[in-house]
Design a protein around this ligand. Structure first.
Ligand code: ACO
Length: 260
C-alpha cells in the first residue's frame, strides 16, 4: 500500500531526504546536493510530496495514515518508510514575467511502482498546493525531448502545453521542452471560505446553546475533582471567557483581574 503525502507531514524532513535522493539518482541524470532538497522542503513545505510504502504492520500508535496523510506525522516518528516516488517543487523566486508561478524541479517514481498513477497524483497534489497556498498563475517545468513517458504524463494526462524548445538545455546537449500549465482556475476565494466557516460556526454555536438550555435541568457535572476542581467551593468563582477565531491577539493574552 502506498501513501502519497506532503513531505512536511514528517516530523523531520531530513530523515526522508536520503531516500528521496536515492529515488532521484536511480531514475534521472539530473541530480542535486542533499541541501537543495532541504532548501525546497524548508522554503516551500507545502509543495513537495512523497509516495511512501506503508509499513507492513501499519503505522505505530493506531490511527495511521488513512491514505490522505491525516495523522501521519504523529505515527511515523522513529520509523521512516521507503520512498518510491517524489515531486520536488518550488515557487519561482524571481519570475521573469513578474507572475508568481510554481516550478517542478524534479519528479520520479521507482520502476517497481510505475503505471499506478503515482506520478499523476504527486503532480496534481503539488499543482493544487501551488494554486491554493501561493496563488500561482501557472506551473512550469522542463523535460527532455526524448522522455516519452514524462511527456505523455505532462501533455496528455495533465494538460501541460509546450511553450518552447530550449536548445541544449541539458548538460549532455539534449534539448528540453519548456512546458507550462495554467492554475488560476484552482485559486481559492479565501474570503468566501472564511465567511462560510464563520456562518457555520455561528450556526453550530446557536444549536449548541439551544441544546444546552434543553439539557440544563438534567445537568450533572459530578463531584469537583482535585484542588482546581474544588476552587469554586473555596470561594473562587468560575468566569466565562471569550474564545474563538474572531478574537484579536490582544483578547487572547492572559490578563490579571487584580487591579493594581
Ligand atoms: N509510456 C507512455 N506513457 C506513460 C508512461 C510510459 N512508460 N508512463 C506514464 N505514462 C503516461 C500515461 O498517459 C499514464 O496514464 P495511463 O497509465 O492511464 O496510460 C500517465 O502518464 C500517468 O502515469 P503514472 O502512472 O502516473 O506515471 P508513473 O507513476 O509511472 O511515473 C514517470 C511516470 C514519473 C515519468 C516515471 O516513468 C519516471 O519516474 N520516469 C523516470 C524519471 C523521469 O523521467 N522523471 C520526469 C523527468 S522531468 C522532471 O523531473 C521535471
Amino acid at each position: 500500500m502506498v501513501d502519497i503525502v506532503p513531505l512536511s507531514s514528517y516530523p523531520s524532513y531530513i530523515d526522508l531526504l536520503p531516500s528521496i535522493q536515492t529515488c532521484n539518482i536511480t531514475n534521472l541524470p539530473e541530480n542535486y546536493f542533499l541541501k537543495y532538497y532541504l532548501y525546497h522542503a524548508l522554503t516551500w513545505p507545502q509543495l513537495s510530496f512523497v509516495a511512501v510504502v506503508r509499513p507492513k504492520n501499519g503505522y505505530k500508535n493506531g490511527g495511521g495514515a488513512s491514505g490522505n496523510g491525516a495523522g501521519i506525522a504523529g505515527d511515523v516518528s522513529g520509523q521512516y518508510p521507503k520512498v518510491v516516488g517524489y515531486v520536488l517543487a518550488k515557487m519561482e523566486e524571481d519570475p521573469a514575467d513578474g507572475k508568481p508561478h510554481g516550478h517542478i524541479t524534479s519528479l520520479s517514481v521507482m520502476r517497481t511502482h510505475r503505471r499506478l498513477g503515482i506520478a499523476e497524483r504527486l503532480m496534481r497534489m503539488s499543482q493544487r498546493a501551488m494554486a491554493e497556498s501561493h496563488r500561482a498563475h501557472y506551473v512550469s517545468l522542463h523535460v527532455r525531448v526524448s522522455n516519452i513517458a514524462a511527456l505523455r504524463l505532462y501533455r496528455d494526462t495533465l494538460g501541460f502545453e509546450v511553450e518552447k524548445i530550449e536548445s541544449k538545455y541539458y548538460a549532455d546537449g539534449e534539448d528540453a521542452y519548456a512546458m507550462h500549465l495554467k492554475l488560476e482556475n484552482m485559486w481559492m476565494d479565501w474570503k468566501a471560505v472564511e465567511k462560510r466557516d464563520r456562518a457555520e460556526a455561528k450556526k453550530n454555536k446557536k444549536e449548541g446553546e439551544d441544546g444546552a438550555d434543553a439539557e440544563e435541568e438534567d445537568a450533572d457535572e459530578g463531584e469537583a475533582v482535585g484542588d482546581l476542581g474544588k476552587a469554586e467551593q473555596n470561594g473562587e468563582k468560575m468566569v466565562n471567557v471569550k474564545i474563538g477565531r474572531a478574537l484579536g491577539v490582544g483578547d487572547l493574552v492572559e490578563k490579571s483581574d487584580v487591579q493594581s
